[in-house]
Design a binder for this molecule. Structure first.
Ligand code: ZN
Ligand code: ZN
Length: 137
């Protein structure tokens, strides 16, 4: 497992809080705020409190397993490092950030490689607008 290997490589053990926080983050297809993560972690294991959840987030961020992002206007959100290229959809109304998986991002990387001779490391595509819940009728 990626979490286990990354922790061990840096001399850390896999503890229950680390595993639960990781499961919560990887189980979501949108960015979660710290309060949301704390709540979801608490639902899975009531013995894990807010401060241990924060400590785990900080550790996972130091190991580059998760990243903190500020795509919306509101407080920062957290997500696991992207395994593949995604487009970030940022709702201007509710602030939710979701992922849209599409091969277009990989095509864009190939196009930049061929057309601009640019060796692409990462592409961060972001769209602002209204999510399905907020666009209304
Ligand atoms: Zn993301
Ligand atoms: Zn919305």
């Amino acid at each position: 497992v990626e979490l286990e290997r990354a922790l061990r490589d840096h001399g850390h053990r896999v503890t229950r809080p680390r595993q639960v926080v990781w499961d919560v983050l990887t189980g979501s297809d949108r960015h979660l705020s710290a309060p949301e993560i704390i709540e979801l972690v608490h639902e899975r294991d009531p013995s894990i409190n807010a401060s241990s959840t924060y400590r785990v987030l900080t550790l996972l961020a130091e190991l580059s397993l998760v990243r903190e992002s500020r795509l919306g206007d509101d407080a920062s959100t957290w997500e696991p490092r992207h395994a593949d290229s995604v487009i970030h959809l940022v709702c201007d109304a509710c602030g939710v950030v979701t992922h849209h998986h599409t091969p277009i991002v990989d095509e864009l990387a190939r196009d930049l490689d061929r057309g601009a001779g640019f060796d692409v490391g990462a592409i961060d595509v972001r769209a602002n607008g209204r999510c399905p819940g907020c666009r209304g009728g």
